[in-house]
Design a protein around this ligand. Structure first.
Ligand SMILES: [Zn+2]
Length: 293
């Protein structure tokens, strides 16, 4: 192999002057000495609300702090797969002051700030998703709208409460475009079910909204991650039926919409072998399964 490689490289060297007809051309063939500078990565700051001694809202057996953290981390993973530099106000169950959340993002020089919360109301019939921005912040409004629209478009919601303005401290003190998403009502049983059981879909929808704002194309195959696809449908309803069927058997499935096709996917693995194992298991349970990347 070594010899072959050498001889072909020698052949190439002799070939160049033959086509060249000029002594200048070999210079152009020379590898660049200074590689092009990599543009600095876009930085997104994700703020999981509450934490530690502050559980946030509580309802239907859930703590807001746990849901916010879990979905913020999942969102971050998706963004990282799009070559985005992701920073967090917390990655564990710790208390962080509101002032500190904003200054952490400012010190990190992040490009955008997104805060994750769950809504709650004394009347348990209140439900749905709403996203906030600081009053008068045009970019904040744009970011909030991208996130809200994505959650609605992806169907992971129980009511569209729209984009709203609020003077929340984290929106006020952050120097970059900022949005705060109230993903669903922890005090409503249907919404609580979304918060507990559809976290991957919610994270995916929020990540897609952030990417849309940043004008970064969403890469469904999220480079480096293997997923098991169990179906692809033109009707969301059919995809949802399959998701329900998978969930009934204990699989955390999600719908990924692209170009009007609703793909049902389970799992996300960095090791191909793990995706293959899951695909085998799904097949043994009567599902169709192919590994996609
Ligand atoms: Zn909250």
């Amino acid at each position: 192999m070594e010899i072959c490689a050498q001889s072909s490289s020698v052949a190439l060297k002799f070939d160049i002057p033959k086509y060249a007809g000029s002594v200048e051309l070999p210079k152009e063939e020379k590898p660049q000495e200074n590689p092009p500078k990599t543009p600095s990565k876009i930085s997104v700051f994700l703020d999981a609300g509450h934490g530690g001694k502050d559980p946030g809202a509580q309802g239907n057996g859930l703590n807001e702090k746990d849901i916010a953290l879990s979905i913020a981390l999942k969102t971050g993973e998706i963004l990282k797969n799009h070559n985005i530099d992701v920073k967090y106000s917390r990655t564990t169950d710790v208390f962080v002051e509101l002032d500190d959340r904003a200054s952490m993002a400012n010190n990190a020089n992040s490009d955008i700030f997104v805060s994750f919360h769950c809504n709650s109301f004394t009347d348990s019939s209140a439900k749905g998703t709403e996203t906030y921005h600081y009053p008068g912040s045009a970019e904040g409004a744009k970011l909030a709208k991208s996130i809200q629209d994505s959650i609605i478009k992806n169907g992971v919601y129980n009511g569209d409460r729209g984009v709203k303005e609020n003077t929340y401290l984290v929106l006020k003190q952050t120097k970059m475009p900022a949005a705060l998403v109230e993903m669903a009502f922890i005090s409503n049983s249907e919404d609580a079910n979304i918060l507990k059981n559809r976290q991957n879909e919610m994270a995916n929808a929020i990540a897609m909204g952030i990417l849309d704002y940043l004008e970064i194309p969403y890469n469904e195959t999220s480079e480096g991650l293997y997923r098991v696809q169990t179906g692809a449908f033109s009707q969301r309803e059919n995809a949802q039926n399959l998701v329900d069927e998978l969930k009934a058997k204990g699989y955390e499935a999600m719908i990924v919409e692209k170009g009007g096709i609703y793909k049902v996917q389970v799992g996300a693995f960095s090791q191909r072998g793990n995706a293959d194992k899951l695909a085998e298991q799904l097949k043994a349970n009567g599902f169709e399964a192919i590994v996609v990347r």
